[in-house]
Design a protein. Structure first.
Length: 289
């Protein structure tokens, strides 16, 4: 009998090892070792991995979006203090500081227990499972969905809708969802959606349109970004020059910065940072011309 029991025990241990290989359990201790995380797939199952070096961007680097930062900080303060808060959607043109604004929150507030968990669009299906893992933690978690948008054929946005608002379960007080997107409503809108579609027997296209718009509506705080003008772009450049203590003639910087923007076709904050990275690198190698 003892031999049989030992064989059964070894068999169970082998099965457990196989399960862990092909459907690994999420290591909860990782939540104690990092402040930033991302969700990935391993053997078809979601796992949480720690981010060793989170982006160090700070609010002091961001210019031209002061009122947006103020609203974002206020909402996050409410979240951290256990007060009513909203999930947030930041939308607008590329390179205007949407993602940087969210990442700067982590650098500002991680000492107060803020944590950030990045979830790619393709893994939104797993947000309920991830929420179950972190809902009893003492830390406050922002689930960060960067560059979010959906094709017309996709249905994963329904999962996000239910998590944001609409499920039976009460919202977890230590979880907020912050998303960025180039699209205000996250899903493409077509002119034909405002017209009866006889070919597909869609006599009430407005109802289909309402379903799409209802996703962005579930973000209580929606903050719109806009393209920068030349003056704002140059202000961002000057701020980087100051923060990095770059010693160079301001007129040379202005000329080169405008040439850079012209070649890149944008006055965005991203273009400004890329120029500064290039300029600083050239100065430190003696190649600036």
């Amino acid at each position: 009998m003892d031999i049989l029991i030992n064989e059964i025990r070894r068999l169970n241990e082998s099965i457990d090892r196989l399960i862990n290989i092909f459907a690994p359990a999420i290591d909860e201790t990782i939540l104690d070792r990092y402040v930033a995380f991302r969700v990935a797939l391993r053997h078809g199952s979601p796992v949480i991995t720690g981010i060793e070096r989170p982006d160090p961007v700070r609010f002091s680097e961001l210019k031209g979006i002061d009122w947006i930062i103020e609203r974002l900080i206020q909402n996050t303060e409410q979240f951290l203090n256990g007060l009513p808060y909203n999930n947030v959607l930041l939308f607008g043109p590329r390179g205007t500081g949407k993602s940087s604004s969210v990442k700067a929150l982590l650098n500002e507030y991680h000492t107060r227990g803020l944590r950030m968990l990045e979830v790619p669009r393709d893994l939104l299906f797993y947000i309920p499972e991830i929420s179950e893992l972190i809902k009893k933690r003492k830390e406050k978690f922002i689930i960060f969905c960067d560059d979010l948008s959906f094709d017309e054929e996709e249905r994963s946005y329904r999962t996000l809708k239910a998590v944001l608002e609409g499920g039976l379960e009460k919202r977890h007080e230590n979880i907020a969802i912050y998303a960025t997107s180039n699209r205000r409503h996250l899903i493409p809108e077509r002119v034909r959606e405002n017209l009866p579609d006889i070919s597909n027997a869609e006599l009430h296209p407005q109802e289909s349109l309402e379903e799409k718009l209802s996703l962005s509506d579930r973000f209580g705080l929606r903050l719109g970004f806009y393209n920068f003008d030349q003056d704002t772009y140059l202000e961002i450049i000057s701020n980087y020059i100051f923060l990095r203590n770059i010693q160079i003639d301001p007129e040379i910087v202005r000329t080169q910065a405008l040439q850079w923007a012209l070649s890149h076709g944008s006055y965005s904050g991203r273009t400004a940072r890329q120029f500064i990275d290039d300029l600083e690198g050239r100065l430190k190698t003696g190649l600036n011309k």
